[in-house]
Design a protein around this ligand. Structure first.
Ligand SMILES: [Ca+2]
Ligand SMILES: [Ca+2]
Length: 414
């Protein structure tokens, strides 16, 4: 956070400024244009998982080499209570576990957030057993040639890597851990939150100025974490899909945070990004991590019945058959409250790029940087970094001079 934002937050806290008439907003905008508060690039599942199997030290290291400011370990717990980096408790899509006869008897079906899920679960494996597995690329359309080569890292190993690379690269590389399925982990007796704080504490990173953001799709565990730590917290905001008209679809189980299902709270994820919802989030978190259509959505170019038509005529219906809608007011409303906005997930494949971007992922990043995001989650950190440099060249004369003079031009905002 910039000094200006801290000052603004302090004034808000003292009641000297009302969020509705925030004179600092214009200054913040100027600061952002100068690059004082350049958006951060968060290496989603490492930041190089467009290239390598996700959540491996190799993918994190490549993400850092490609310029990511933060690397993102998703966290699940092993049987012996160690936090490891995996996208899901179910290891079947991201490791070779299903091909190892010695673990065949571990296959089972569990209820994961109300959904019957079959596979191999991290909580049935000790860390020593986890270390016998190897990671695989979970996106079938991406390079599979590194499958079976890399091990599954612990959170501690990820932190050690971030610290070592920070020294080697002479820049601050942080971590952006996500607590995966917190209610589920509590129910199986392996709650994530205190384990995470213990690991951060051991690393000297359980404090406000640590290069750490903790994120969650649930709300109750973030409130708990707020009561235990000053580390920055981010409320993730999901949805199921985007309707043909650009409005969001809240089909279960992606309709609401799972702790709301358990507690019986009405509503849906979208409630968290209304002005009222943002004020609630401000009570326990430092920002939001919304799915990107909450900020800039898209609608079908042409309809076929009630669905999108194949407007491009290439035989498939995907994001290329959609056109952008104007940005929503979510970023402005969040910024009025001093909340950061870090949308997900930016991916370079052609089928994932809205028609307006002309097949160039740089154009998507530029649209979101121009809309005012404070950072974003990318599978291809190199492209996010290139687009950020273009954005800063356009708006930040100091940055342009710095680049031409071959000085160190580290513009990330913390
Ligand atoms: Ca994640
Ligand atoms: Ca098409």
């Amino acid at each position: 956070m910039t000094n200006l934002k801290k000052f603004t937050a302090a004034l808000l806290g003292l009641g000297l400024l009302s969020a509705g008439t925030l004179p600092a907003t214009a200054h913040e905008e100027q600061a952002r244009r100068r690059g004082d508060n350049a958006p951060i690039v968060i290496g989603h599942r490492g930041g190089a998982n467009g290239y390598l199997p996700e959540h491996t030290l190799e993918a994190y290291a490549l993400g850092i080499a490609l310029g990511a400011d933060y690397i993102e370990p998703d966290l699940v717990a092993t049987k012996d209570g160690v936090l490891i980096a995996r996208h899901e408790p179910n290891l079947i899509d991201t490791t070779n576990v299903a091909s190892l006869p010695k673990f065949a008897d571990r296959r089972r079906t569990v209820m994961l957030d109300g959904v019957a899920t079959e596979g191999f679960f991290a909580s049935d494996f000790t860390l020593a057993e986890i270390k016998q597995l190897r990671a695989v690329q979970s996106f079938p359309e991406r390079d599979q040639s590194f499958n079976g080569r890399f091990t599954i890292p612990t959170l501690t190993e990820v932190i050690d890597l971030a610290k070592r690379k920070s020294r080697e690269e002479d820049r601050r590389i942080g971590i952006y851990p996500e607590t995966k399925h917190p209610t589920y982990h509590q129910a199986i007796g392996l709650p994530l939150e205190d384990r995470l704080l213990a690991v951060l504490g051991a690393a000297g990173w359980n404090h406000r100025n640590a290069p750490v953001f903790i994120q969650s799709f649930e709300t109750a565990n973030l409130r708990y974490l707020r009561s235990k730590t000053s580390v920055r917290l981010i409320q993730l905001v999901d949805a199921n899909d985007v309707h043909p008209d650009g409005s969001l679809d809240f089909t279960k189980p992606y309709d609401k945070p799972y702790d709301w299902v358990v507690s019986g709270r009405e509503g849906q994820f979208g409630d968290l990004v209304t002005p009222r919802g943002l004020r609630e989030v401000k009570g326990y978190a430092d920002g939001i991590g919304p799915w990107k259509p909450y900020l800039i959505s898209s609608k079908c170019k042409k309809m076929q019945g009630t669905a999108c038509a194949d407007a491009t005529g290439d035989g498939v219906v995907d994001d290329r058959d959609r056109v952008l809608l104007p940005p929503t007011d979510v970023i402005a409303n969040a910024h009025k409250l001093g909340l950061l906005v870090h949308p997900y997930t930016f991916r370079s494949e052609q089928k994932r790029l809205t028609g307006d971007f002309g097949g160039n992922p740089v154009n998507e990043y530029l649209a979101f940087y121009e809309a005012g995001v404070d950072g974003l989650f990318s599978d291809f950190a190199d492209t996010a970094v290139v687009a950020r440099a273009m954005f800063l060249l356009k708006h930040d004369a100091d940055y342009a001079r710095c680049l031409v003079n071959a000085r160190k031009c580290d513009r990330s905002n913390d």
